[in-house]
Design a protein around this ligand. Structure first.
Ligand code: ZN
Ligand code: ZN
Length: 556
């Protein structure tokens, strides 16, 4: 029975380029998941967009002497280009700058206000006496009251992942001039999170299918109690407050950006020609998954669910498979220290699938993992090229040459051959279970182990050696190998879509891999093959030194 799957993906701030940490954390996993569900024939909607608001963008704009809108538009284009090159297959990647998003945000705001879940009150806000302005979220920095990290900001501590109110920061200072701010009263709207604490806790405790880190973090957080949070800010860049008298304030970006999942679905429905179609993903039988990095957990397991509960009649998250972090060459990724590998740099030099492979088999699912260029080259050369690529290439070139470019007609299968075909089918079944539960690393490991087993089978059968004496036995072994390759093109499609599509065509199949279903799909004997080319190329070890030497250096 087919399912309806809504995939919400973290909204990247349009204030800078994407790096590999973003990809491993929040962008590759949902793409794998979406492709897997699509090939199974499920109805999938994967949405996200660039977060155009918030102080990261205004800070960047001030630094570069541009308008916030210019910065946001520039990075939005870059994101779209990266998704295309890396094969991240959004059904819609929009922005929070649309009129539709403002309209949906206003509807949520006003409904929560009418129901008493939003109220206005005054709060102490940091005001910089030197700069003569209120300092919204990221304009103020200080020490985290929870974990004592000295790099906490007025909205959140990246070290322990907890949201923070500026007034809670220890030793706060203005990001621009370093002066200690004064706290002054200003009027703001608040989300009555405290009203949802018990309902959230009861709901979260039922989500036993969540990853342990996500579940435990959320329960701990709720058990400590839930404070109401301000949802407006004194700033002029963002979604306006839909009430008179608040012209100098905007909706706070954390409140407004999560609404993007709903507004993007509505935008997608409108452009599909059926404006009401959004309902099937939000009010009908559908599961919603949110793919995010671990620094975003609270917003997706507590704040957004509270907003949804308050609004009413909208599906709560089914799962929030947050990933841990990716370190680079053994060190914590840091954009300010230039300790990062930029996605656009990567894509300008290398193919997408080797990166997708490494980040899948080394995905930070349950703990941090490390990216190193040495590992990148090793995984590419020893696994992608030697185990999988060479298997494909030696089978297809030999068959193409020796069997008139057609899939050979097999004889009877011996038990060894049948066992390999069974293993291929079992691998697809086992991978299905893992992918369904968002266990991507284990799924791709199983596919690679099938490739290894096929290499062993071919070493035993040596179809290339026996073809002169026993053409039938050779044809049978090659037919079995081709059937497994056919299965691997399906199994690896969610992870390696570009090379899977190529293999699909070399095997003589038409159209897209995605249309063939999550099943072995052996080719028919006699099926015409296309002339094969290698799926992957070996990488020179020299690039390791070249790439690592520029880490930590400012961009030239
Ligand atoms: Zn902290
Ligand atoms: Zn200042």
């Amino acid at each position: 029975m087919s399912e309806r799957i809504l995939i919400g993906v973290a909204w990247p701030y349009a204030d800078g380029p994407l790096h590999l940490g973003h990809i491993a954390g929040a962008y590759l996993p949902p793409d794998i998941f979406a492709r897997y569900h699509r090939i199974k024939g499920d109805e999938v909607l994967m949405v996200s967009g660039s977060d155009q608001h918030g102080t990261p963008i205004t800070i960047k704009a001030e630094q570069e002497g541009k308008k916030p809108g210019q910065i946001a538009a520039q990075y939005h284009q870059q994101f779209l280009d990266s998704w295309r090159k890396l094969g991240i297959s959004f059904d819609l990647f929009t922005t929070t700058g649309t009129a539709n998003h403002a309209e949906v945000s206003h509807d949520i705001f006003l409904t929560l206000l009418n129901k008493g879940y939003i109220y206005n009150s005054t709060m102490l806000q940091p005001f910089c006496p030197q700069c003569q302005r209120f300092l919204p979220d990221r304009y103020i920095e200080g020490t985290c009251p929870y974990c004592c990290s000295s790099e906490a900001r007025g909205d959140q501590c990246d070290e322990c992942g907890k949201p923070i109110n500026p007034v809670e920061l220890i030793d706060p200072h203005c990001r621009f001039c370093g002066a200690a701010p004064q706290f002054e009263h200003t009027e703001h709207f608040f989300l009555r999170l405290s009203a949802f604490r018990d309902a959230l806790l009861a709901w979260v405790k039922q989500q036993t299918h969540w990853r342990k880190n996500v579940l435990n973090f959320t329960i701990r957080y709720l058990e400590e109690g839930l404070k109401d949070r301000a949802i407006t800010r004194d700033i002029d860049w963002g979604v306006p407050v839909p009430l008179d008298g608040f012209g100098t304030k905007r909706l706070y970006v954390w409140f407004e950006a999560v609404i993007g999942y709903l507004s993007a679905t509505k935008e997608w429905a409108k452009s599909s020609g059926d404006e009401e179609k959004w309902r099937s993903f939000w009010q009908g039988e559908a599961k919603s998954y949110y793919f995010i990095g671990k620094d975003n957990i609270a917003f997706h397991t507590i704040i957004w669910p509270a907003m949804l509960m308050g609004y009413g009649n909208l599906n709560l998250p089914y799962d929030v498979p947050a990933n841990e972090f990716l370190t680079i060459e053994g060190k914590k990724l840091s954009t300010s220290r230039h300790w990062a590998v930029w996605l656009s740099d990567y894509l300008s030099r290398y193919d997408p699938d080797p990166l997708r492979y490494l980040l899948s088999i080394n995905m930070p699912e349950t703990g941090d993992t490390d990216f190193s260029w040495r590992e990148f080259v090793r995984r590419n050369n020893d696994e992608l090229v030697a185990t999988y690529g060479n298997l494909v290439h030696r089978v297809l070139t030999f068959v193409y040459r020796s069997f008139d470019g057609c899939v050979p007609v097999p004889g009877e299968f011996d038990s060894r051959s049948q066992a390999l075909l069974d293993k291929a089918e079992d691998t697809l079944k086992a991978m299905d279970g893992h992918l369904y539960r968002c266990q991507f690393k284990e799924a791709i490991r199983l596919a690679m182990s099938l490739a290894q087993e096929t290499n062993r089978y071919l070493d035993e059968k040596s179809p290339w050696k026996i073809i002169e004496q026993n053409r039938q036995a050779s044809a049978t072994a090659l037919y079995i190998a081709i059937s497994v390759l056919s299965c691997l093109r399906i199994a690896l499609y969610p992870f390696l879509p570009f090379s899977s599509q190529k293999l699909h065509e070399y095997l003589g199949f038409e159209g897209k891999v995605e249309d063939y279903g999550w099943k072995p799909n052996p080719p028919s004997p006699g099926q015409k093959l296309l002339p094969p080319k290698p799926l992957f190329s070996k990488l020179d070890e020299g690039l390791i030194e070249e790439e690592t030497s520029v880490l930590g250096l400012p961009d030239s």
